[in-house]
Write a protein that binds this ligand. Structure first.
Ligand code: GAL
Length: 699
């Protein structure tokens, strides 16, 4: 395993521990107490200045840096590093007084107003100039301040608003289109404007996909999604380049939201290449009883957009958030479990929103490291305990997560699939990505995410949960991967269209016909609430190690998979015609009764599975089990809710993280003796992970 370089926050030796710190909401007397308590909690870094533009520049060109000078000096005096933000997510009221046109406009033509945050038209030259000006001031003033460890550009680009449909954005969109397509003829061809008489003869007639009476042009909408990502990324790069030039040596980041439920408008594959250090924010969906899976998925996706390198969790919560319908408190121990699960999956620390709970404003009911209840609180005690635990894990820095398999993910394909007028509203790309990820999590596989055109040769198993848009290059890549000995699993409604949302020539799935050894003659979505049964052909595929089900849990439970002779699906089926692929399961009922449902194609040295239905969790578990066996992966026999991930250091040391999400203790067998870092105990044979607890074994 190679150990690519990545920049740490400057001068930060331990793991990062801390949170967003908004001292401007408090009188300065409180700051002294803050830094004292930060010391008690083991805080090593705080994020400051994220929303401070109006305080730093109270009128255009008038700067008040005194309070930030004093704050950074205070942090430095207490050995706390600063993740210093450019405050460009909230331009001040005076800016909009002069430039109301910089407020974004919705697709319906409504303009947002000032009074919240993130109301930015990213194509606005006035915004770009003002953002550059304040960034330059900060870079010049603090570029050599000894507290500054990291630049935090903006905040969560892409949320809460990403797209803008104003005239300035429309002009910018046309320039972007001219660059992408060259000529109007090319644009007409890419957008398929022969359909519904949409042909353009003049660039000025081309508009962003504003409100239309019925379905708009899908290729136009897809290009607009790409344009929006590029326009926002250009603004990040402008600030980053200024910081690199004026304050060299300090790494630059911005906080992503890779959880697919949290930011939908950015292509983080592109963003991951532009930041010095990948950082992410993650918030649990509190009512999800297995929210640890969504957390793990976001962490794996973050690590993957970081190219496998370490990354940093810049925000999560100590307890309840305030913006979900029902903001459930975290259970005792959950705060530490969440933090350590992120660290297990490659984060170099755990940061929170926020340090001290706000008394006013929209987020006063959001949890914090220091809650309204003060230090006489469970949350504070857990925060102090976690600080001590992270202090014991500093040596894991720079180690890399070891993965078993890859899941393919492409934001562009997701943007395309979720446009209107698809064969069924019930087949959702994100739902399938979540479901297949959960199946690998349940199988105790550690997965990376990969772009469908990425080099895949190092993965024995690759799963494509939702690849509606598949370029020819991706199709060739997957063919080469399988022919070279890989095991590929492709889920339904993949390989259908090219980058312009145009159906590939010939029968579906055009880009994947050859690798899968089949065609799809017709889609057969199901009525709402209707399910189908799939039955194994000829007694069913048998696993080498199989004597019935392959996956008894270490706790004696049987993982969802049953004996695999019958599977269940809903929402989606297809009429599949094999052309070289063998049939593993047929539809027992439903519109395609008697027809192939799940196939396996032997190609070169590898195998390609096709799953033509929306399988339930047990069905997915079965397919993962079969494909893993083909891929030569041995699935560990572990309790279902014991999350086990390994990080490996360049010197050969390994760190085995075991996070127990269950209410009873779990036993993790060890392949070698080692030291448990949180307790300092020597361990061999096995380690007991207490109910709700975490163990980290170095060996
Ligand atoms: C994040 C944001 C923070 C805070 C937090 C609350 O998305 O970056 O500023 O609003 O949500 O959960």
């Amino acid at each position: 395993m190679d150990h690519p370089r990545y920049p740490r926050p400057l001068g930060l030796a331990p793991l990062a521990y801390g949170g967003d710190y908004n001292p401007e909401q408090w009188p300065e007397e409180v700051w002294a107490e803050d830094v004292r308590l930060m010391g008690e909690a083991g805080v090593t870094m705080v994020s400051v200045g994220i929303f401070s533009w109006a305080l730093l520049e109270p009128e255009r060109g008038v700067y008040e840096f005194g309070w930030l000078d004093r704050l950074l000096d205070l942090l430095h005096a207490h050995g706390i590093r600063a993740d210093l933000a450019t405050p460009t997510v909230v331009p001040p009221a005076w800016f909009y007084r002069d430039h109301p046109e910089a407020l974004p406009v919705t697709r319906e033509g409504h303009r947002y107003s000032f009074g919240s945050r993130g109301a930015i038209c990213h194509s606005s030259p006035a915004y770009q100039q003002a953002a550059a000006a304040i960034t330059e001031q900060l870079a010049r003033r603090y570029g050599s301040h000894p507290a500054v460890a990291l630049w935090h550009v903006h905040n969560e680009y892409g949320v809460p608003v990403s797209d803008c449909y104003c005239e300035e954005s429309a002009a910018h969109f046309r320039r972007w289109l001219a660059e992408r397509h060259g000529t109007l003829e090319e644009l007409n061809s890419a957008w398929g404007t022969a359909f519904w008489g949409q042909r353009y003869t003049c660039w000025d007639d081309v508009q962003p996909p504003r409100l239309t009476p019925t379905a708009g042009n899908p290729a136009q909408q897809l290009d607009h999604a790409r344009f929006t990502n590029d326009a926002i990324l250009a603004n990040f790069k402008r600030e980053r380049d200024l910081l690199h030039r004026l304050a060299p040596g300090i790494p630059v980041t911005t906080n992503f939201m890779t959880a697919l439920s949290q930011c939908q408008s950015l292509d983080y594959w592109a963003w991951g290449r532009e930041v010095d250090l990948v950082a992410n924010d993650h918030y649990l969906v509190a009512e999800d009883p297995r929210s640890q899976i969504n957390l793990a998925m976001a962490a794996d996706l973050t690590r993957s957009v970081a190219g496998g390198r370490p990354w940093l969790l810049l925000e999560h919560s100590t307890g309840a958030v305030n913006w979900q319908p029902r903001n459930l408190a975290k259970r005792p121990g959950e705060l530490a479990r969440n933090s350590l699960a992120h660290v297990a999956r490659g984060s170099e620390g755990a940061m929170f929103f926020q340090w001290r709970a706000s008394r006013y404003g929209a987020e006063k009911f959001h949890s914090a490291m220091l809650p309204h209840a003060g230090t006489a609180s469970r949350i504070w005690r857990e925060v102090v305990a976690l600080g001590a635990e992270l202090g014991k894990l500093a040596e894991i820095r720079d180690s890399l997560v070891r993965s078993d398999a890859a899941l393919l993910w492409d934001w562009e394909s997701w943007w395309a699939q979720r446009l209107e007028w698809r064969p069924s509203v019930d087949l959702d790309a994100r739902e399938r990505a979540d479901a297949w990820y959960a199946a690998t999590w349940d199988a105790h596989l550690t997965v990376d995410f990969a772009h469908p055109e990425a080099e895949l040769g190092r993965y024995p198993l690759v799963v494509a949960p939702a690849l509606y848009l598949t370029t020819e290059a991706a199709g060739r890549n997957l063919h080469q991967y399988v022919a070279g000995g890989g095991t590929l699993v492709v889920s339904c409604f993949s390989g259908i269209v090219d980058e312009h949302d145009t159906v590939h020539p010939g029968p579906h799935p055009g880009a994947l016909r050859d690798v899968l050894g089949l065609t799809v003659e017709e889609f057969a979505p199901l009525p709402a609430g209707r399910g189908v049964t799939l039955e194994a052909v000829g007694g069913g595929p048998v696993l080498a190690a199989e004597g019935g089900s392959a996956l008894p849990g270490g706790d004696g439970s049987v993982l969802p998979g049953g004996d695999g002779s019958v599977l269940h699906a809903d929402a989606w089926t297809e009429f599949v015609v094999p052309d070289g692929a063998e049939v593993l399961y047929r539809y027992a009922d439903g519109p395609a009764a008697g027809q192939p449902a799940v196939t396996r194609h032997a190609l070169g040295a590898g195998h390609a599975y096709y799953v033509s239905a929306r399988l339930d969790a047990a069905g997915l578990a079965r397919i993962v089990e079969l494909a893993a066996a083909d891929a030569g992966l041995t699935l560990p026999r572990l309790p279902r809710d014991l999350e086990v991930v390994e990080r490996a250091a360049a010197d050969g040391r390994r760190y085995l993280f075991a996070v127990n999400h269950a209410d009873s203790d779990a036993v993790l067998p060890l392949t070698a003796p080692g030291t448990e870092l949180l307790t300092g105990a020597a361990v061999s044979g096995s380690v007991t992970v207490p109910a709700g607890g975490t163990r980290v074994v170095r060996y």
